[in-house]
Design a protein around this ligand. Sequence first.
Ligand code: RB5
Length: 145
Amino acid sequence: MEKVKIAVGSDHGGFVLKGQIVEYLKEKGYEVTDCGTYSTESCDYPVYAKAVAKLVSTNDAEKGILVCGSGIGVSIAANKVKGVRAALCHEPYSAMLSRLHNNANVLCLGERITGRDLAIDIVDRWLSTEYEGGRHQKRLDMLEQ
Ligand code: RB5
């Protein structure tokens, strides 16, 4: 079976958590594209959010995961790319709903807010929940227009 492709990115504020997520995803057998950043040197989150969001919008990655200090900057940036529905989640229930109802294709996390183990729970729930479709599709179509 072909591996699911996931694009991952962060700024310096999300660098450590991004590394932990990349390690976990690889262990689980996902094909991971790490779009950077590659150190804790100060950098600008829109650059990395755009890189991940572009891969998702062109279907070069099925899903994306972004991390910054709060998760807010990367979520604002990713949502500017057409076709991207980025959800900032602090717990697994929201992550599940973002898939079920919003078909979120990018998950955003905040390293200053969410510790490694909770972040992994959020990632797991997000990746294992399928979009429900049905009544939600009309609303997603409205977002595209
Ligand atoms: C960087 O200091 C911080 O502003 C950034 O990681 C993020 O939290 C922005 O929303």
